[in-house]
Design a protein around this ligand. Structure first.
Ligand code: NAP
Length: 281
């Protein structure tokens, strides 16, 4: 059986490093690093994510400023709030919890966050910098966490064939860019890819970001591959990844579980982006 990549343990280590850096910042700057979190509407999953982010800030000596708005807030009001936070010296990072209610243009709202305060790394400037291979402290959190998990195995990324299933703007595309920046040879697959299994079977590193329960089966995986499961698929039976863990674990050299793999890394990377951004100012 392959080794389980313990995202909980690795994220706890990273959060401890973040806490130490956040204390250093407070000593040298006379204030805490600050993260503003905006939630709009009553989506129950968003409420849990926001609560967890605020709690993680507290644990890492980061001040959190939470703003909760009704779903009927206008886009203009939301942008006005973002402009206030852009000018607020206590705030180093701004996060708008997605999805936003229908009728609000997410991209238009996110684009109003100052790129230097873009804790989620979704701003078009930061996405563009990632594409150009330029340094930015704001890198999409889940992809940044995925790279940390791969590195935790001790296996060199350079020269490996990495296959990413999924091409979303929040996971598939940015993780492909980060793998490329780490000198992997990268193939990105999606719903129109032909002979998917033939491609995934050539992967030394396989990242599944499909959004379909147990989509990746053992016969799609090369023996000894590192398998990273990004999927979070909830149904009546519980929470499931995109990988059929029970069978794939016997083929992979390393594999992330769901829960306890990529998920915990996302919040850790959000805090890391915020702290990196604060020190970068
Ligand atoms: P998404 O926007 O729905 O993208 C899914 C991707 O999978 C699309 O590119 C789609 O291709 C591709 N796809 C769908 N069916 C396919 C098939 N049969 N064969 C090959 N590719 C196929 O999803 P996402 O936002 O990237 O999220 C993916 C999963 O990760 C979800 O389960 C989500 O909940 C989870 N997630 C977890 C975290 C975390 O912190 N752990 C963070 C973000 C997302 P097309 O582009 O052609 O449609």
């Amino acid at each position: 059986m392959g080794e389980i990549i313990d995202g909980k343990r690795i994220s706890a280590q990273i959060k401890e490093e973040i806490r130490i850096r956040a204390i250093e910042f407070e000593k040298s700057h006379g204030r805490k690093i600050g993260l503003a979190v905006i939630k709009v509407g009553e989506d129950p999953a968003s409420a849990i994510y926001v609560r967890n982010k605020v709690k993680a800030c507290e644990a890492c000596n980061i001040a959190s400023f939470a703003y909760y708005f009704d779903a009927n807030i206008t886009q203009d009001k939301l942008v006005e709030m973002i402009c206030i936070l852009n000018d607020d010296k206590r705030v180093d990072g701004i996060l708008v919890q997605l999805p936003l209610p229908q009728g609000i243009d997410e991209r238009a709202v996110l684009s109003r966050i100052l790129p230097e305060k873009d804790a989620d790394g979704f701003h078009i400037v930061n996405a563009g910098k990632l594409f150009l291979g330029e340094y930015t402290p704001s890198v999409a959190c889940t992809p940044r966490g995925i790279i940390e998990l791969i590195k935790s195995t001790g296996v060199e990324i350079a020269g490996k064939h990495a296959v990413v299933i999924g091409r979303s703007n929040i996971v598939g595309k940015p993780v492909a860019m980060l793998l490329l920046a780490n000198n992997a040879t990268v193939t990105v697959c999606h719903s129109r890819t032909r002979n998917l299994a033939d491609i995934t079977r050539t992967a030394d590193i396989l990242v599944a970001a499909v959004g379909k329960k147990k989509f990746v089966k053992a016969d799609m995986v090369k023996r000894g591959a590192i398998v990273i499961d990004v999927g979070m698929n909830r149904d009546d039976e519980g929470l499931f990844g995109d990988v059929d863990f029970d069978t794939v674990k016997d083929v992979a050299s390393h594999i992330t579980p769901v829960p306890g793999g990529v998920g915990p890394m996302t919040i850790a990377m959000l805090l890391k982006n915020t702290v990196d951004g604060a020190f970068n100012e």
